[in-house]
Design a protein around this ligand. Structure first.
Ligand SMILES: C[S@@+](CC[C@H](N)C(=O)[O-])C[C@H]1O[C@@H](n2cnc3c(N)ncnc32)[C@H](O)[C@@H]1O
Length: 273
């Protein structure tokens, strides 16, 4: 197995890829593992214009999900520094297996965050799912990094005179999904604000951020924009190539025809373009 380099992404299985990383070399893991439901990555999911959404999403069968989760998380445990942390996104369907693996591998749970988004899939006979779980875990609760004034210092007030920092540090995060009208995209992606928030609170410039399941490459792209180092894996070639194109060109969004549209979504992105 050749060594895996930082500031690179790889088109390969993440467990195999992580084996190429030295033990205790990673400062922060942010990841959104594949679903264990029959998610077929329909191009028309969430009302997107069909031709611009890439297909090919690699899902895991529900029966294998527990075993699969243990395998990748075990490898994360080996490569994560004692001062590091991991943020794992999960829908409610997969949550049980994620929680069991966290426990079995003796990670310490720091927070169970709820990400509340807008525009869930409309339902007629049940409530609309409009949240995701995000498990914030670490190896050593005393050594992990956390910068509580990274986004707001304690003097900053809300419109009602409350503490803006307190509000930002509550464990329910109201963050909108991004809609990239007219641009290339994969079927699921995390909004940049979500990744930016985690990076600012739990890492420093120069730290190494790992995403074993890159998809469109959001974690690597936003980490790079915030001057962190990145490394990651994506098993679907088309997604990997898309993520690599974004990183190579140093752009956030890419038009369907390869052009670079106005970059409207990322608050800190102004520095890059
Ligand atoms: C939920 S998506 C990640 C989306 C990503 N956070 C984003 O913002 O674009 C999960 C990704 O994991 C990939 N994947 C599934 N199994 C994998 C494996 N064994 N190794 C690496 N990638 C894998 C899937 O192809 C999919 O792109």
């Amino acid at each position: 197995m050749p060594g895996i380099e930082f500031n690179q992404i790889y088109n390969m299985d993440c467990v195999e890829g992580m084996r190429g990383l030295p033990a205790e070399s990673i400062d922060l893991v942010i990841t959104d593992p594949p679903f264990a439901i029959n998610f077929k990555a329909h191009r028309a999911n969430y009302n997107r214009t069909q031709s611009r959404v890439m297909t090919g999403y690699n899902e895991i069968h529900a029966d294998d999900y527990g075993e699969f989760t243990l395998r990748w998380m075990e490898e994360v445990r080996r490569v994560l520094k004692d001062s590091g942390s991991m943020f794992i996104f999960s829908g409610w369907n997969n949550l049980k297996d994620i929680l069991v693996a966290i426990d079995d591998l003796e990670f310490v749970t720091v927070n169970h965050i709820i990400w509340k988004y807008q525009f869930g899939v409309v339902c007629k006979r049940k409530f609309v799912t409009s949240h995701y779980h995000c498990l914030f875990v670490c190896k050593d609760d005393l050594k992990r990094k956390f910068f509580n004034s990274a986004r707001f210092t304690k003097e900053i007030r809300t419109e009602n005179g409350g503490s803006r920092r307190y509000q930002d540090m509550e464990d329910v995060w109201n963050i909108k999904r991004e809609y990239w009208h007219g641009d290339k995209k994969t079927p699921t992606k995390l909004p940049s604000e979500l990744i930016e928030k985690i990076l600012l609170y739990a890492s420093e410039e120069g730290d190494v951020v790992l995403d074993p399941f890159l998809g469109s490459g959001q974690v690597a792209v936003v980490s790079n924009m915030l001057r962190r180092q990145y490394v990651g894996f994506e098993i679907v070639e088309e997604y990997h190539d898309f993520a690599r194109e974004r990183l190579d060109k140093g752009v956030y969004r890419i038009g369907d025809d390869g052009s670079v549209p106005v970059q409207e979504s990322m608050s800190l992105f102004g520095e890059m373009i």
